[in-house]
Design a protein around this ligand. Structure first.
Ligand code: FAD
Length: 420
């Protein structure tokens, strides 16, 4: 077992607190056999605080859809919820107090995301994009002025961010991007196009990757910028996708002037900064918890409607996998708590959680049969069409944030030390 994998065992926390929500439901089966991955009493109290809040504040009739395929009405409800989370101080859990943060650790952040994911709390993208990866990247590389300007609105849930990295020829190979940013006096002038950008039409700001030097190897000529989406020359178009209310967009930049004060970190160091952002994005505990919840919902359905023996076995397998996915993501939080940036471990969590969500939604459709294909617009659709929604949404889950093949490459190279 290589050094990179040691966290799996060390991840056990001191204390004898209760197990996580997801593990708790397995307690009956594994009593006496399972290792106990406990949380501290303070962490358990925090989890309870979140659950109490959700019991009080969840909007009535909320159907729990992911932000990239929400209707405009659902999105507005989710925006209100963001601000409530902001008031609780939960959008800035790990940041210093002077930026509106609570100075808690990555474990508390993971607990928060697990509870939000398991309970399908409204998520406008406000707390998935801003606090989870744009904010930490600004905290890491941004100037004091940049932090003072951008971190407090993120922590209040006031502003929405999108991530403008991908282009038609630069997806897995991000360093190949062609959008350019040329220096002109006190500004950079941006030209180019980004595509498949989640929430582009709703975002106030974009963390943008653009080429600032064409005379060096491709990964050494990229920089990151914070771009106001209201800048003249920015145009957003929706890209039709599989889920009906998909919000993937193309963003066009034509002679967009970005003040040099909005360069994030050092010029031409953007590729390395992007990799950090991607590692932060790859903590998928929210989605692992979503998989656990979907399996639990399927189990409840199977109890009511007699499930065939083979499908019962599938459900048992999926539940074990969901618990494993949650633990893999807690390992990422533990590594962050040691002050390290998880790389191979983040890819392991991402790969396992997203492949699992796909398997879970396929199990659901298989188990429910023809009725599982009914969309929520059909009155007879079981689970208000949730199984159908989930299935369609999951097709892209193994692509977003770096495709599964790319994660396997990272695990092979950085985790197992295999050659490229
Ligand atoms: C729902 C959704 C939301 C997204 N949101 C955003 C967003 O907000 N911001 C943003 O910037 N981007 C976003 N993306 C884009 C996403 O990051 C890219 O789609 C992803 O990185 C893959 O790039 P690609 O689509 O260009 O595929 P390609 O890179 O062209 O890959 C095509 C296929 O080849 C495989 N492949 C590529 N390279 C290798 C390799 N080296 N080894 C083995 N196999 C390989 C891939 O795994 C894939 O199966 C989103 C995508 C989706 C689907």
């Amino acid at each position: 077992m290589g050094a990179n994998w040691a966290g799996a065992v060390e991840c056990q926390q001191a204390g004898t607190g209760e197990n996580s929500s997801a593990l708790a439901s397995l307690g009956g089966i594994y009593n006496g056999l399972a290792m106990h991955f406990g949380f501290t009493p303070a962490q358990n109290a925090f989890r309870q605080e979140i659950r109490d809040f959700l019991a009080r504040e969840m909007p009535t009739g909320w159907r729990g859809r992911h932000f990239i395929w929400m209707t405009d009405d659902e999105w507005r409800v989710a925006r209100e919820f963001d601000r409530k989370l902001g008031k609780q101080g939960w959008l800035a859990l790990t940041w210093p107090k002077e930026y509106g943060g609570q100075q808690r650790g990555p474990m508390e952040q993971a607990i928060f995301l697990e509870e939000m994911g398991y309970n399908r709390a409204p998520n406008s993208g406000g707390w998935a994009h801003g606090p989870v990866f744009v904010g930490p990247t600004i905290m890491h590389y941004g100037s004091a002025e940049m932090k003072a300007e951008h971190i407090p609105p993120i922590s209040r849930g006031d502003l929405l961010w999108c991530q403008g990295f991908s282009e038609p020829i630069a997806g897995s190979d991000l360093a190949a991007l062609e959008t350019s940013a040329e220096r002109d006096g006190d500004d950079y002038v941006v030209n180019g196009m980004k595509h498949l950008i989640g929430m582009g039409q709703r975002a106030d700001w974009c963390i943008l990757a653009a080429r600032t030097d064409t005379h060096v190897p491709k990964h050494k000529g990229v920089s990151l910028f914070l771009v106001d989406m209201r800048s003249p020359g920015v145009r957003v178009e929706l890209m039709p996708t599989l889920p009906k209310y998909g919000t993937q967009t193309r963003i066009f930049f034509k002679q967009v002037r970005v003040p040099k004060s909005r360069l994030l970190g050092e010029e031409n160091h953007g590729f390395y900064q992007m990799m950090t952002t991607m590692d932060l994005e790859r903590n998928r505990i929210m989605f692992a918890a979503d998989a656990a919840r979907t399996v639990d919902d399927l189990v409840a359905y199977a109890r009511q409607h007699k499930a065939a023996p083979l499908l019962r076995h599938r459900l048992a397998e999926r539940r074990i996998e969901a618990s494993t996915a949650i633990l893999l993501n807690y390992r990422i939080a533990w590594i962050q708590e040691q002050g390290r940036i998880p790389t191979a471990e983040a890819s392991i969590g991402k790969l396992f959680s997203e492949e699992l969500r796909k398997r879970v939604s396929a199990t659901g459709i298989e188990m429910i049969g023809l009725m599982g294909q009914l969309s929520y617009e059909e009155a007879l659709a079981p689970n208000n069409g949730g199984w159908c929604d989930h299935y369609l949404g999951m097709v892209s889950s193994t692509i977003v944030g770096g495709a599964s093949e790319v994660q396997r490459n990272i695990i092979a190279q950085r985790g197992l030390g295999l050659p490229r």
